[in-house]
Design a protein around this ligand. Structure first.
Ligand code: WT7
Length: 655
């Protein structure tokens, strides 16, 4: 008897094939070509990745063995030696790319900087030399706590260059969150800035580092401070150093350290719903290859592209697809310090117009915010340079997808909906835009070399269109290697949830999904968020998408609350488009809308109107908090990743 899985109720049928024009110049041009690649990779993943490692990366020494797999521990390209900063910089300097723009940066107040590959290389070498002077050696960890300025990328590459694993802590995190991460990683040095610009104000950052180190973090000896805002900043004598002072006298040459393929490249903390954050460990060779190839194929990176990923470098998206992936490919990557704000709601579109951005990658939460701000903002700019759009972070509601396609993409740009995680290092399920017809709300099919499946708790594949657990059946080069300092937690969290099947270990990191009759994957949300109504297990995404397809709804989050009759009842938190008011009448309309879109089973028992939903600092809706609110419980567990506390307070008052 198989275990209960998740039921699927969404009926999205629209199909968007790539245009002939796009496919013609794409790296992967036909669905056939994808399928052949996929089959070849599935038949012999090691051979597939080895060929790419050979053709796409520079190795100081070739590997002896492609893969060592002792579940759950994988090692890739054993005996191979390389340096990712060499692959991102040095190897381009002997080509015409030497004077190509590597990094285009736009500051929030309107200042800007462009660094060519040669200039970026020089600055990275200088910072690497400075870090060495401050006593950091190969293997020592370095904390990076920065605003979105070029020095954030420079610091990462400088660490990689000397073999010092970095741990980037998002600049919006508190002093306590920073402290926890520095302690866990036993960082020796912190690289920060005096502050950064956010929503038209200078936000101090260094002061948070001071607080984090107040009671001493024994491992930290030095703090390197980049001047960004010029605000008055306390400098602790002997500990704190201005970057511009040390940069002045230092050489712009620094050989890249020879790293073993499995040497640690970085730790990136990801917060679970409970418990302390997990330090996700990525290593050098596999991560370099995986981010390189996924970025190249899924974003169809060409030398003429101006590529902009709007994430912060503090998230994996920034690591893999602002810094390492694009630079390894010799692409031009755009970095923007600001965010849409009331004084300038159209600032993103100004950046697209100013630099002629061709590829634009953002998150559903941002897209829903653009919709709410109104399409007159993008419509007032020239977005004709765009040729490809991407989305990541959550399942995208089909209506938001259609808006993105129509308003931002001018109905000509393919959309790549990339499903992946901090843990996976890079894209796992994604269209290849010249090959894969897309369906709004589906991340489509696995990347070549990724053996995905949808299974029940016993590890058996579920049928077509049946919901289940999204798993990966074979190791891939970009996968996380362990939880820093806690290998046991690595095993428990990702490898023991689903029973190993015939001795085969399945990677599971918490999402529910279904595969449709054409083999397309539909991610249904985190399984922790599943709602159980009268024995039917419903994913959150489908009900939310039904709500968002109503013209009045800007954003929706659904949760279950205990119900004697049905086990759980659906409670929906809904924020409305401008010009709509919450009312009993609208509440009834929305309930009926859900019934007509997906059926009576999903009918919300209750709808609560709210201006905002509680989100993490990376923009994900925190349904766990809404669940507590809906059932009238105290909010427990970690709330340190909450973006704006006042949202919760308002929701509580309204209850
Ligand atoms: C979780 C991972 C990976 C970069 C940003 C988030 C959700 C991510 C999608 C997508 C549906 C998605 C999943 C996943 N997610 N992308 N395209 N469609 N869900 O990284 O913070 O590690 O979060 O984000 O639930 O497990 P992360």
């Amino acid at each position: 008897m198989s275990q209960p899985t998740i039921e699927s109720i969404l009926k999205e049928k629209r199909l968007f094939p790539p245009s002939a024009e796009f496919s013609q110049t794409a790296h992967i041009k036909h669905l056939d070509e994808y399928q052949k690649l996929y089959e070849r990779a599935a038949a012999d993943p090691e051979q597939f990745w080895a060929e790419l490692a050979e053709s796409e990366l520079h190795w100081f020494k070739k590997w002896d063995r492609v893969l060592d797999w002792q579940p759950p521990n994988a090692q890739w390209f054993l005996g191979g030696q390389l340096n990712i900063s060499y692959n991102c910089l040095d190897r381009h300097l002997t080509t015409w790319r030497k004077n190509k723009a590597a990094l285009i940066w736009e500051g929030e107040p309107g200042d800007s900087r462009t660094l060519t590959y040669a200039q970026l290389h020089r600055e990275v070498c200088q910072m690497a030399n400075v870090i060495k002077q401050l006593g950091v050696k190969k293997g020592d960890r370095v904390g990076i706590y920065m605003p979105m300025i070029p020095e954030a990328a420079i610091a990462m590459l400088a660490c990689a260059r000397i073999g010092a694993p970095h741990t980037v802590v998002f600049g919006g995190f508190s002093a306590e969150a920073l402290r926890d991460r520095l302690v866990d990683a036993e960082a020796k040095l912190v690289i920060t800035a005096d502050g950064g610009f956010r929503k038209d104000a200078a936000i101090p950052l260094k002061i948070q580092v001071d607080k984090a180190l107040e009671h001493g973090v024994s491992s930290v000896d030095n703090v390197l401070v980049v001047q960004r805002t010029g605000e008055k900043t306390h400098m602790e004598p002997g500990r704190d150093h201005w970057w511009h002072d040390l940069q002045a006298g230092v050489s712009g040459h620094c050989d890249a350290e020879v790293m073993d393929s499995e040497d640690m490249l970085f730790i990136l903390y990801t917060s679970g719903t409970t418990g302390k954050p997990k330090g996700v460990v990525h290593t050098t060779g596999g991560y370099n290859l995986y981010t390189h190839v996924t970025n190249k194929w899924a974003f169809d990176l060409q030398d003429t592209d101006v590529y902009w990923c709007t994430a912060d470098v503090g998230w994996i998206t920034g690591h893999s697809y602002i810094v390492y992936g694009p630079l390894s490919n010799g692409a031009t990557t755009v970095m923007y310090e600001g965010a849409p704000r009331s004084s300038n709601p159209g600032c993103f579109w100004d950046v697209v117009e100013k630099y002629g951005v061709t590829i634009f990658y953002t998150a559903p939460t941002a897209i829903r915010a653009f919709i709410k701000m109104g399409e007159h903002h993008p419509n007032a700019r020239d977005l004709s340079s765009l040729r490809l759009l991407g989305t990541v972070g959550e399942p995208i509601n089909p209506e938001a997808w259609i808006w993105y396609h129509r308003v931002i993409g001018g109905e000509r740009c393919p959309i790549v909906d990339t499903w992946w995680q901090t843990e996976t290092g890079g894209f796992m399920i994604t269209p290849l835009p010249g090959a894969t017809p897309t369906k709004p709300g589906s991340a489509t099919m696995p990347f070549p070399g990724i053996l995905a499946d949808v299974v029940d708790l016993d590890g058996n594949s579920v049928g077509e269109n049946q919901g289940g657990y999204l798993v990966v059946k074979h190791p891939w080069p970009g996968m996380m290697r362990t939880v820093y300092g806690d290998p046991d937690r690595f095993r428990r969290t990702y490898w023991e949830h689903i029973a190993p099947k015939d001795g085969q270990y399945l990677y599971f990191a918490g999402d529910g999904a279904r595969r449709d009759e054409t083999g397309y994957y539909w991610v249904m949300g985190r399984v922790d968020d599943v709602i159980s109504v009268s024995g039917h297990r419903l994913g959150t995404m489908e009900i939310e998408s039904a709500l968002v397809s109503h013209p009045s709804v800007a954003e929706a989050a659904v949760v279950g609350k205990p119900d004697e009759l049905r086990g759980e009842a659906v409670v929906a938190f809904v924020s409305l488009e401008d010009g709509y008011q919450g009312s009993e009448d609208l509440e009834n309309q929305l309930k009926e809308h859900v019934v007509s879109e997906i059926g009576a089973l999903a009918r919300p028992a209750e709808i609560r109107f709210t201006d905002d939903l509680p989100k993490t600092r990376s923009g994900k809706i925190m349904r766990r908090l809404l669940r507590s609110l809906a059932s009238g419980e105290e909010i427990s567990g970690d709330t340190s990743t909450l973006q704006d506390r006042s949202v919760l307070d308002k929701l509580r008052e309204g209850a």
